[in-house]
Design a protein around this ligand. Sequence first.
Ligand code: GLU
Length: 378
Amino acid sequence: MNTNAGNLCKRVRRIVLKIGTSVLTTAKGHFSLAAVNQLVNQIASLRKDGKEMIVVSSGAIACGMDTLRITARPRTLPELQACAAVGQGKLMKAYEDAAIQHGFHTAQILLTRDGLYDRLRYLNFRNTLNSLLALGAVPIVNENDSVSTDEIRFGDNDMLSALVAAAVQPDLLILLTDVSGLIDRAKHTRIPRIASVTELDHAIKNHVYDEVRQHTVGGMFAKLKAIRIVMRSGVTAVMADGKLENILEDILQEKDCGTFFIPVKSRLKGRKQWLAHHAKVKGVLAVDSGAYEALVMSGKSLLASGVRRVEGNFKEGDIVSICDHHCREFARGLVNYSYEDLCKIMGKKSQEISAILNATTFREVIHRDNLAVLLENE
Ligand code: GLU
């Protein structure tokens, strides 16, 4: 498998590794210490090769269920949260015990979705991860399941790992699961490579099937949704079977395994990265084709004259999503006007705004410096 990017092993320095529950459990859903040890052996050998490893690990709920001898996955949130509270400590102990055998330590980081909405907390999270790596510890990230409510949940660790990857910009995101990769539904074969976001969208429409599982969440749709974010962040992703013995090395050697997802070429930097993927979106502005071109092709700001429709409940300074006339989101930005004011001025010329609102106003609805165009082009 060649990703056109040279030898992956040489090129990759930082890896985000997502380990799904199905990789850490037996066929009957029991938590497997042997699986943890096997993975930590592989992590240790990559560390020896100079790779920085950040792990996003599921398994807390499964481990808690196992400890409490619960066989069917609970249906209520408090019960799931209780299982996670029992399991998370045990999960970390399993990783730490295995890591110590190889002479390094692990560090627990538990996140909720709203922890990354705020830019200061987002930066703190990144700084902590960087410090841990500098100190030689392996961060093990999971959702803070026992306090997450629906509004502040990532929902599944595929999305969590995508957002972690967008934040720490690794050279590679590896999603380990219990299937060999993305499967072509018609041919029943593994698709070795998805070369663009457009190809991914095609695959999502045509190749994906999801099965209902007893012990895990996520599934193929969730994975591909997360991978879409990762590709648009400029990070290569690989989905592969985590039960295979040397899968991490095989991936880095670019052997014929898993599905490789080739990202867009450029990367958003700094604040624009946060704007594009982490901030909470409070509304939607639909714009005409002139505004679309001005934003995407000419690097201009968004003016009121190009806004055609406004939705949401936002104030000035909130983050909004910007869509084209097909309702396709292509940018996000920090808006200078509230929903109410924007309803009054959309479609109007910049010179008319002060008179309409009877106030001193901004020329732009969203200034270019506060706008991130979501990358699609290959
Ligand atoms: N955070 C959950 C756990 O540790 C898993 C969520 C997921 O697998 O996507 O059990």
